[in-house]
Design a protein around this ligand. Structure first.
Ligand code: NAG
Ligand code: NAG
Length: 540
């Protein structure tokens, strides 16, 4: 205890220095020290090397309240560089804390970096995970739950309890083997299993009969969508990545890679144990993970057949996605109702059409966006931008719509203007599911359609009650359109949430720029900023 408070006092000194311009004094501070190590466990029965945080797999749950100041010291005890990113935390004015290789130098082995950030005006279920290499295939991920401030009520009765379910596909092979195979230009094999909180069959959640619980469900996998269901129980979706949604009731729910949502479940059945099931979607071989919903007064174990996955495929999934809508009268993190932001009336200032592809480049499998397959420079783009270091990237090194031609390697940065309101169309001409994530923002998912998007596709957009989220799926040979209000200056990663695709180039950066430089729009680098590449020796 004493040691902990000493660290806190030391950190508090740093915080005072770092955050004068960042945090409002009235927002509470929460301190964490996370030690990242290798471990050896056997989630699928075969011992393998994994990544632990404070000895845990998955990593510790990071619970906080809207606007808390998180001071989180990550100590890298691996023998390779490491970074964590906070999936869905918008890092307002502060891409310095985003934890991806375009904004941060990785934490060298046996060094540490203290992230300081605020989930500003956010609520909801999120996750964090390692953004470096294929570390995510080894663990290092966890839940990040942002609770509403007490004076901002949630649009449902407070649940009796709160469960976190991190569900994802898993490989028996070590992440190093998987990474070597990608480096050699091969695609990832099909995963070996599906896990719920690191377990294939054993996760148990206990509640009292008659009460209602919140289940925070996230897809922390690398490749596959899953369907989630609970034997004998209805699922009421209340929140999707920070949006309070119309509270529809479902038998089962599809969750795509990188996505999160919150569900209410009432324990309204006879007292026994019920199966909790996740199973992969749209895959020839179906991987299944099971857990148990245990009534505290239950005397019998789970039994009977597992509840079935939906019979429908992509179309079923798309129809379900269209039912996730903003509750216009509900507030989210702020007192004003979500519907008071009439996003459908804002003129679009620019359209980007981003088409993914899976080309061979120099005989190796790569993934590309508008024919550019992204490679990370040694100097983070954000540092190159701040220090005016030439030769790291050039703006508009990628076309704003696909123009054909041969794919090539490059460091793609799309230029955009602060306060613009943009439309991004994810065009998926591949016969494979996609999941796209944007850092720094949430965005309105206004349309899903099949085939090629055209301007005429806009007439079917939902301009009234689409929800905002940070990660959207794109079905095979289809498109998804999003609208983004560029209110967050910085350098933001736009990437495939499917990690082998991201690793092999299906990503880019969106540089949201304001020529009038002001700390009101974007913070300076923190005083503990790590420097690497051509930024070594610079003074922030
Ligand atoms: C590493 O941790 C120490 C405290 O344990 C802290 O003083 C230092 O600022 C941290 N380094 C960085 C780069 O955040
Ligand atoms: C929408 O939110 C309001 C709170 O503002 C709540 O009372 C209502 O039940 C919600 N409606 C639906 C359909 O979820």
């Amino acid at each position: 205890m004493e040691r902990r408070s000493l660290i806190n006092i030391t950190l508090f000194g740093i915080v005072a220095l770092l955050s004068i311009s960042i945090a409002k004094a009235d927002d509470p501070y929460k301190f964490f020290t996370w030690s990242v190590t290798y471990g050896n466990i056997a989630p699928l029965g075969v011992p393998q090397q994994v990544i632990l945080i404070n000895g845990q797999f998955p990593g510790p749950k990071l619970d906080c309240v809207t606007n808390d100041n998180i001071v989180l010291n990550v100590i890298n005890k691996l023998n390779e560089p490491f970074l964590l990113t906070w999936n869905g935390i918008k890092q307002r004015k502060n891409s310095w804390q985003d934890g991806v290789l375009g904004t941060n130098c990785p934490i060298p082995p046996n060094k540490n970096f203290t992230y300081i950030f605020q989930p500003k005006d956010q609520i909801g279920s999120y996750t964090y995970f390692p953004s470096t290499g294929l570390h995510r295939a080894a663990g290092g991920f966890g839940a990040l739950n942002v609770y509403s401030r007490p004076r901002i009520p949630v649009p449902y009765a407070d649940p009796a309890g709160d469960f976190t379910l991190l569900v994802g596909d898993w490989f028996k092979a070590s992440y190093k083997t998987l990474q070597q195979s990608l480096d050699a230009g091969k695609v990832l094999p099909f995963p070996d299993g599906l896990l719920i909180n690191g377990q294939q069959t054993r996760s148990t959640f206990t509640g009292e009969q008659g009460k209602t619980y919140k289940f925070r469900v996230s897809n922390v996998g690398l490749l596959t969508s899953f369907n989630f269901r609970i034997q004998g129980h209805k699922l009421k979706v209340v929140e999707v990545e920070g949006s309070n949604v119309i509270q529809n009731v479902y038998d089962s729910i599809d969750v795509h890679v990188g996505q999160s949502l919150s569900i209410l479940v009432t324990l309204d059945q006879a007292p026994k144990d019920y199966y909790i099931v996740a199973s992969t979607r749209f895959t020839r071989t179906v991987l299944t993970a099971t857990g148990a919903l245990h009534y505290s007064n239950s005397a019998s174990q789970v039994s009977g057949p597992l509840p079935a996955a939906p019979a429908g495929g992509f179309h079923w999934s798309l129809q379900q996605a269209r039912t996730f809508r903003w509750n216009l009268t509900a507030n989210a993190a702020r007192p004003n109702p979500q519907g008071s932001f009439h996003y459908g009336t804002i003129p679009i200032s620019k359209t980007f059409v981003l088409a993914n592809s899976a080309p061979l480049i120099n005989g190796k499998q790569r993934y590309a966006v508008n024919q550019i397959s992204f490679i990370n420079p040694d100097t983070p783009l954000k540092l190159a931008d701040y220090f005016n270091i030439p030769g790291v990237f050039s703006l508009n090194s990628i076309q704003s719509s696909p123009s054909g031609g041969a794919a090539r390697l490059g460091t793609s940065v799309l230029g955009a203007t602060h306060h613009d309101f943009i439309e991004v169309v994810f065009q998926n001409d591949e016969n494979a599911m996609q999941s796209w994530h944007l850092d720094g923002y949430d965005f309105w998912v206004v349309g899903f359609g099949s085939g090629r998007w055209s301007q005429a596709s806009r007439k079917n957009y939902n301009l009234k009650d689409a929800l905002t989220r940070h990660t959207t799926q794109v079905y095979p040979n289809s498109w998804t359109a999003i609208l983004v209000s560029l209110d967050n200056q910085g350098m933001w990663n736009l990437r495939s949430a499917m990690w082998s695709r991201q690793y092999l180039g299906q990503q880019l950066y969106l540089r949201v720029w304001n020529s009038a430089q002001s700390l009101a729009n974007e913070y300076n680098p923190p005083t503990n900023v790590l420097l690497c590449g051509k930024a070594v020796g610079r003074h922030p």
